[in-house]
Design a protein around this ligand. Structure first.
Ligand code: GLV
Ligand code: MN
Ligand code: MN
Length: 394
C-alpha cells in the first residue's frame, strides 16, 4: 500500500507532498482508497461532505455502534508521507491482520478518510469532519476561497461533487460507538513505538493585514514611507517573544505581499498566525499580546492593521474511559498530549474518540523530512489491530 501511493502528489524536486483538497492528487488518493475497499470486499460510502467510509459489517446493524478507524489523505504544502496516510494505510493493514487472526468483529468495523484535514487550500483545517459534526455550517464552508480566489463549492463542483448537499451529518456520527485515529507523532515526546493521546492543545489561525502605501523603492525617502513590511516584521518578532514568555507557540508560516515587486514598497502585507498553547487562557493572552504589538508597530509606521480570526479549535481532553481502556489493551502504553490538530479532536465532541501515536525519531513533521521507522509502523498496525479486536470483537 505504501509504495502504491508514494508518487501521488509528490513534488519531484523537494520530495514533499502537495495533496490539496479537490485537486488531481487528492482525487487520485480517493481512488486509491476506493480500490483498497473493493479489494477487501468492504462497502464504500461517500458522505455528503465526500468523506469516504468503508464498512466491514452493517453500520446500521449494531446497537452499540461501529468501531471506526482512519485519518486523512491530504497534505500541507510540501508535507511528509506519514501525516494522515499512515493512519489510513494502518487501518487497512490492521483489518487485514484481524482477518489473518481469524477474528470477525461482533460490531461493524469502519475505515474513514476525512477530506481536507490540513486546510492547505482553503485555509480552514478539518473541513470534512467539522461539517459532519456541525462545527462548520454550509454557508461558512461556501465562503471559503483558495489562493486563486476559487471558492470551495466551485472546487467541489469541478471535482464532480455537489456542494449544496454539505452540512451536519448527526445520523452518520450516531452510528459510531468509538473512533480511533492512528497518527505519526509530530514531536519527539514519544520514546516507545506506540503511545496514546491524552489531549490536544487549543489552537487557531488569525490573518493579520498590514495596509501601507505602495511607492518607489529608489526614490521614496525613508521618513516618507508607510511600509507595512516593517510593521509585519516587528509583529513576527513580537509573536516569538509572546510565545516564549508564556510557554506557548506562535508561528507566521504564510505571507502574501502586494504588489510583490522587488523595487516597490508594498501596499499590503498579509501574514497568517498559527498559535497554540496548553490552555485556553494562555492562548487568548498570547494572541491578544500579538495583536497589541501589531497595532503598536503599525502606528509607528503609519500602517493600518486589521486582524481577523479564521479558525479557533478549543482544547480537547480525550474521554478518559476509552483512552484508559486502549492504554490497557496495549499493556500500559504511555499517554501524551499534542499541539497538532486532528479530525479525532473535532469528532471528540460528538463521539467517544481516542488516538494512537507512532514514534517519530526526529520529531519533524509538516516537512518532506518527516519519518517513522518501518518497525514502529508495523508495531502501530499491530497495536491498532489489538485495539480494534478489543473494542469490536469481544
Ligand atoms: C494539522 O496538522 C495541524 O495541527 O495544523
Ligand atoms: Mn498535519
Ligand atoms: Mn494529520
Amino acid at each position: 500500500m505504501w509504495s502504491s501511493i508514494a508518487e501521488i502528489g509528490r513534488d519531484p524536486i523537494t520530495g514533499g507532498y502537495r495533496r490539496f483538497a479537490w485537486t488531481e492528487a487528492d482525487l487520485r488518493m480517493r481512488e486509491w482508497f476506493s480500490g483498497e475497499c473493493a479489494s477487501r470486499g468492504l462497502d464504500l460510502i461517500e458522505d455528503r461532505m465526500s468523506n469516504q467510509w468503508a464498512w466491514w459489517g452493517d453500520p446500521d446493524g449494531s446497537a452499540a455502534g461501529g468501531v471506526v478507524t482512519g485519518s486523512h489523505l491530504d497534505s500541507v504544502p510540501d508535507g511528509g508521507a506519514f501525516d494522515g496516510p499512515l493512519g489510513v494505510v494502518s487501518a487497512f493493514a490492521a483489518l487485514d491482520l484481524l482477518r489473518e487472526r481469524g477474528r470477525a468483529p461482533g460490531r461493524p468495523l469502519g475505515i474513514v478518510n476525512f477530506g481536507d484535514e490540513e486546510g492547505a487550500r482553503f485555509g480552514l483545517a478539518c473541513v470534512g469532519s467539522r461539517l459532519s459534526a456541525g462545527e462548520l455550517s454550509r454557508e461558512q464552508a461556501h465562503a471559503l476561497r483558495d489562493g486563486e480566489g476559487l471558492t470551495l463549492p466551485r472546487a467541489m463542483e469541478r471535482a464532480g461533487h455537489d456542494p449544496d448537499a454539505i452540512g451536519p451529518d448527526p445520523e452518520r456520527l450516531a452510528r459510531i460507538g468509538a473512533f480511533v485515529e492512528l497518527h505519526i507523532e509530530q514531536g519527539r515526546a514519544l520514546e516507545s513505538a506506540v503511545g496514546v493521546a491524552s489531549a490536544i492543545w487549543p489552537h487557531g489561525r488569525w490573518r493579520f493585514d498590514f495596509h501601507g502605501e505602495a511607492n518607489h523603492a529608489g526614490t521614496t525617502r525613508l521618513e516618507d514611507r508607510r511600509d507595512p513590511m516593517l510593521a509585519y516584521a516587528g509583529t513576527v518578532l513580537a509573536a516569538r517573544a509572546e510565545a516564549r514568555d508564556r510557554g506557548a507557540l506562535a508561528t507566521f508560516g504564510k505571507v502574501a505581499v502586494e504588489p510583490n515587486g522587488v523595487n516597490a514598497i508594498p501596499s499590503l502585507v498579509r501574514g497568517w498566525l498559527d498559535s497554540r498553547a496548553a490552555d485556553e487562557d494562555t492562548l487568548a493572552a498570547v494572541v491578544a499580546g500579538i495583536e497589541r504589538a501589531a497595532v503598536a508597530r503599525g502606528r509607528e509606521e503609519g500602517v493600518e492593521v486589521r486582524v481577523s480570526r479564521e479558525s479557533r479549535t478549543p482544547v480537547v481532553e480525550f474521554a478518559h474511559g476509552l483512552r484508559d481502556r486502549i492504554a490497557g489493551l496495549l499493556g500500559g502504553a504511555p499517554l501524551l498530549p499534542t499541539g497538532a490538530g486532528h479530525d479525532a479532536g473535532v469528532l471528540s465532541a460528538s463521539v467517544p474518540t481516542a488516538m494512537l501515536y507512532v514514534r517519530n525519531p526526529t520529531g519533524v513533521s509538516h516537512s518532506p523530512a518527516e519519518f517513522a521507522e518501518e518497525d514502529d509502523c508495523v508495531a502501530g498496525v499491530s497495536a491498532l489491530a489489538d485495539v480494534l479486536e478489543g473494542l469490536a470483537c469481544q
